[in-house]
Design a protein around this ligand. Structure first.
Ligand SMILES: *[C@@H]1O[C@H](CO)[C@@H](O)[C@H](O)[C@H]1NC(C)=O
Ligand SMILES: *[C@@H]1O[C@H](CO)[C@@H](O)[C@H](O)[C@H]1NC(C)=O
Length: 357
């Protein structure tokens, strides 16, 4: 079955001169045989070994460089006090139980009521590493949103996605710190409450699930790159415990059991829950792909969606072997054949899911 997207993709190609990839279309990557030149106004940018994409020429990397060490200070209530186009550390934004490092990236030009994206790094990562290794900041210069890059305070530089506190609304630990910086941004910086989003890779993907489950009142959408179901890492060990049983795909539950973990995280919450898009590789031997299917059980039950996708298609703008399973407007699950830990970032697609691009 053709998706509307796929048809639109084909139509978009027809009027163009032969062999030009459309804006946001694929223009290179291992095994890619299509056009490698881009439609006018866009340039082919290597995203990873598998995927190059035609990006609007305006989204060139910001010319400013990161100050090292970054300037730091108490979070100003006036956004204009934050220097533009640099990674800027803030403190005193609210309760911060474990002293999570908090960095904000403000582009030169912000939307009037800017969206906010919280981007959480993987284990052994830092705010700076995720900032430099992703295009979230660069694309903020094009689309005018704010980015918060939290930085783990724990020995392995993983996130606490296991403690009872972090898994509970206002329960404490790392998730509360991230919720509090979002609350600060909402209260002081004019951030659009309908456009607060979370994204993360690996441990940061697990944090994204935690934020979606425990703070559905703050976050409106989440992108989970190579993570696990909410609550799967639960453990009474040290705060950044790596839960091997979950990671190896051996925590198997029914959709109802998984959903109950989400409901228990914020009893009495009756609002709209954040929509979720999860990405996983079939060759992931760090966070085994069973976790992809456990997430599907969890979120389809939470949202009351069918347990089988309404469509499952390859997309013209994703590498071959990627399937996009849609269960409803609130939940999509992208499985990447032969891809290990982690699935490379597809920032442009995430921004579309968030309704920013
Ligand atoms: C979508 O289709 C692919 C390829 O047939 C399959 O491997 C994958 O499991 C499907 N996704 C879901 C969520 O059923
Ligand atoms: C998956 O399909 C849905 C429904 O067509 C679409 O809205 C979404 O953009 C697609 N996601 C990706 C990552 O291709």
């Amino acid at each position: 079955m053709f998706s509307v997207k796929a048809l639109l993709g084909l139509c978009a190609l027809l009027p163009s001169v032969l062999a030009q990839a459309a804006v946001f279309g694929q223009c290179g990557g291992q095994g890619f045989t299509g056009p490698t030149t881009c439609a006018s106004g866009s340039t082919c940018v290597v995203q990873n070994a598998f995927f190059s994409q035609c990006l609007p020429s305006a989204s060139a990397p910001p010319t400013t460089t990161v100050a090292a060490p970054p300037p730091s200070g108490a979070a100003p209530t006036d956004l204009s006090a934050i220097p533009a186009s640099t990674l800027h550390q803030i403190t005193n934004f609210g309760t911060n139980p474990n002293n999570v490092g908090m960095f904000v990236y403000k582009p030169k030009k912000l939307q009037a009521k800017p969206p906010l994206i919280v981007a959480s790094h993987f284990c052994t990562g830092t705010a700076q590493i995720y900032f430099q290794g992703s295009k979230f900041a660069q694309l903020a210069e094009t689309f005018g949103y704010l980015v918060i890059f939290p930085s783990s305070p724990h020995p392995d530089l993983c996130w606490d996605v296991s403690s009872a506190q972090t898994l509970m609304h206002n329960g404490g630990s790392d998730s509360l710190s991230i919720a509090n910086v979002a609350r600060f941004a909402l209260a002081n910086w004019g951030v659009d409450p309908n456009r607060v989003f979370a994204v993360g890779t690996s441990s940061g993907a697990m944090m994204t699930s935690v934020l979606a489950g425990a703070y559905p009142d703050i976050f409106k959408a989440g992108i989970v790159d190579s993570g696990v179901a909410f609550g799967c890492f639960a453990s009474s060990g040290p705060l950044d415990t790596f839960n091997e049983v979950c990671a190896s795909g051996n925590v198997i539950m029914t959709g109802q059991q998984w959903a109950q973990k989400v409901f228990n995280a914020f009893p009495g919450f009756t609002g709209t829950r954040p929509k979720i898009q999860t990405w996983h590789g079939t060759a992931d031997t760090t966070v085994f792909p069973q976790n992809f299917f456990e997430q599907i059980k969890q979120w389809t039950t939470v949202f009351g969606l069918p347990s089988t996708p309404v469509s499952n298609v390859s997309e013209p703008f994703l590498p071959q072997g990627y399937s996009n399973a849609t269960f409803g407007p609130q939940f999509q699950a992208i499985l990447a054949q032969g891809v290990g830990h982690t699935v490379p970032l597809f920032e442009q697609q995430y921004l579309q899911f968030f309704g920013i691009a």
